[in-house]
Structure formats: C-alpha cells, structure tokens
Design a protein around this ligand. Structure first.
Ligand SMILES: *Cc1c(COP(=O)(O)O)cnc(C)c1O
Length: 379
C-alpha cells in the first residue's frame, strides 16, 4: 500500500459491529467480562486498552512500518515513557538542539532518577561514537531540528548504535511518516508530538510511539499501562480524523514552503535561509536520501532582533504562536520565544541569532502568503 492509501486504509478501518466507516469513540473506562477473566475482545480497562485508541495505535504502526504503536497524552508523555525503559545508572546520547521539552525532561527530571544524558551534534555520526560510554543505552535523534533544520543521517547513526548494542530513537515530528519512515533506515523506536502535523489542526495535544519488535512492544506497553500517560478516546478519534488528510496537507505545505524559499532567496533583506530542500543546506543530501519530502518548516535571518520583531508585528496571515505543523501559517522568534531560556552565548554558538525568524508554512493560498511576507519585510 502506498502512503496516501495507507492514511485511509491503514490500521483498523471503521467498526466491525455496526459497519460504521469511521471508528466510533468508545467513551468507556471498563468492560463487562463473561465470567472472571472472560474478556470478549481482549479489553478489560481503558488505561490498559481502548478500541478507539487501539485503532489509532494500529494506524501509526502501519504508517511507520513498525511492529506496534502506542498513543500518549502528549509528545512529552510519549518521550518520557520511552525513557522509562531505562534503569537508574543508564546514559542516553541526544541531538544537541533537540526540542526544548526533551532537553528539560532529560536534564531536570530524568537526571533525578539517575538517567544521564550527553548532547552532541548528531549530524556527524563520529560525535555519537565519541559520546558513547559504558552505560549508554540509547541514541535519541531529532531530524530535522528546530529552528535550524539540522539533519542527522538516520542509517549512519543507527549503524553506530547497533555496533554498540544501543537503541536508536528518532523524533519524527517534523517530517512525519508521510515523508520519512525512520524504522526503514534502522531506527528501533519512533516518537511523535502528534500535536503538530499528524493532528494538523491546532486542536489536539497528543504523542505517539512506534517500535520495531515484539520485545520492545511488550516493554513499552508495560510502561504505558503502569505509568498511565495514555491518550483518551476523544483525542484518539480527533487524531485519526486529522491523519486521514496528512498526505494532502504535507504535499501542500511543501509546495508553499518551496515558493516561500525562492521568494526569500530573492529578497535582499534576508541573509540566511535554513531549509533542507535548498541544495546549499548542509543536510540537503542526507535529507534527500532518507526523506521523500523536505517539509514546511523554514527559518531565515532578517539581520536584527528589532527587524524580526517588526516582521512579526506586521504579518497578517502568519499567526504569532509557538507550535507548528497546522493548516494555518505560524511565525515565531526563537531567540525570544522557544529558545529564550538558552543563554545568549549558547544560542550564538548554535546559530540561533536574534534576527532569526521561524515559520511553519500553512496551506493558505500561496499568493496571499507571499504578499503578506513582502509587506512585512518592507522597511
Ligand atoms: C512539540 C514537540 C514535542 C513535544 O510534544 P508535545 O505534544 O507538545 O508534548 C517533541 N518533539 C518535537 C520535535 C516537538 O516539536
């Protein structure tokens, strides 16, 4: 099955009992048993399993070409639950510019449980190799990253991880399984903030995990059921509804993003543009090798913090907000919003300048988006 067909026909389609073509919302906590332990469809309690959530979990499993899928209450719940696979005394190597929430949970929460982390530029697999310690259990990569769209070679890093007996975990939020399926390149676990492109409509907070083996499936289900950070049936349904149009949306985000990139390239007020679809982007070749598309996230430098603030004030169709991946275009200033908590020197080291503007390109008419950026960039 091709990805666009899988979005519609993957997982569990509709309802066996009634023929309903949309999976019903099983708003239920417990299930009648036929005698003690006599479960009718394997369901006993909705933290352990719920038919609506299960339909979503089967769908994301199919989309990511994995062995099993799991749905959580947020992307951070998904990531934290995956980290619960590791014992006290373990160590994880992560991409240096991972999502801020991932950095926070590793350095301010999981460190308290004795799970240590090292952050390196994973776009060079050699750095991963050098960061591996005796107690390292996993490599966690995000590709591309936010806001500089740095790309990590999933196959190269998984090869290093396998050599050392480590798990490879990939945060696939930015590219989605429509364009990129990390398990096909050697990853063991894929995590998502489904709040972003998968949901796609800025109306649900959710997280997903996909694993590549029966052993990992059993371990993740054990944590999901024990810790209990599950996604409810309403939100599971909403997410399945969003995923049906993921292909159409991702195609359109990409078409619009490419138009905006070529407009920015011609604009003299814009200095640097970060987009993996550009040939001169350092991660272009790797992105082209492992992804079928480059996505709808762009960041660019307008020269100064003051100028950037003016652009954000002047835009009409780009909503000033954190988050990304929705039908509406969003705009943000990483140095003063998502990355404000990072010290200025560290930001400079990473290349997150004061004039850096990040946009999540929506699916509005491109003519309107270009005209809007044009007027916002005028002095
Ligand atoms: C938003 C985001 C997360 C966290 O997801 P939530 O749903 O907000 O908890 C994790 N990783 C990436 C790349 C994200 O963009």
């Amino acid at each position: 099955m091709k990805q666009k067909t899988k979005l519609i026909h993957g997982g569990i389609v509709g309802d066996e009992a009634t023929g309903a073509v949309s999976t019903p919302i099983y708003q239920v906590s417990t299930y009648k048993q036929d005698g003690v332990g006599g479960l009718r469809q394997g369901y006993e309690y909705s933290r352990t399993g719920n038919p609506t959530r299960h339909a979503l979990e089967e769908l994301i499993k199919d989309l990511e070409n994995g062995h099993a899928g799991f749905a959580f209450g947020s992307g951070m719940a998904a990531i934290s639950s995956v980290m619960m696979l590791f014992d006290t005394g373990s160590h994880v190597v992560l991409t240096d510019d991972v999502y801020g929430g991932t950095y926070r949970v590793m350095t301010k929460v999981l460190n308290r449980l004795g799970i240590d982390s090292t952050f390196v530029d994973t776009s060079d697999p050699e750095n991963v190799k050098n960061a591996i310690q005796e107690n390292t259990k996993a490599v966690f990569i995000e590709t591309p990253t936010n806001p500089l769209l740095k790309v990590t070679d999933i196959a190269a890093v998984s090869a290093v991880a396998k050599e050392h007996g480590l798990l490879t975990i990939v945060d696939n939020t930015f590219t989605t399984p429509y364009w990129q399926t990390p398990i096909d390149h050697g990853a063991d676990i894929v995590v998502h903030s489904a709040t972003k492109y998968l949901g796609g409509h800025s109306d649900v907070v959710a997280g997903l995990v996909v694993v590549n083996s029966a052993e990992l499936a059993e371990e993740v289900h054990f944590v999901q059921n024990s810790v209990g950070a599950i996604l409810g049936p309403q939100d599971s349904w909403l997410l399945m509804r969003g995923i049906k149009t993921l292909g159409l949306r991702m195609e359109e985000h990409e078409v619009n993003a490419k138009e905006i990139v070529s407009f920015l390239e011609r604009h003299e007020g814009v200095t640097t543009i970060h987009y993996p679809g550009i040939k001169s982007h350092p991660g272009h070749e790797t992105a082209a090798k492992q992804s079928r598309g480059f996505g709808g996230m762009i960041s660019f430098d307008v020269g100064s913090g003051e100028k950037a603030a003016r652009v954000l004030e002047k835009v009409k169709y780009f909503t000033l907000a954190e988050s990304l991946g929705a039908v509406e275009s969003l705009i943000s200033l990483p140095a003063r919003m998502t990355h404000a908590s990072i010290p200025a020197e560290r930001r400079a080291e990473l290349g997150i300048t004061d004039g850096l503007v990040r946009i999540s390109v929506g699916i509005e008419d491109i003519e309107d988006l270009l005209a809007d950026l044009e007027q916002a960039l005028e002095d």
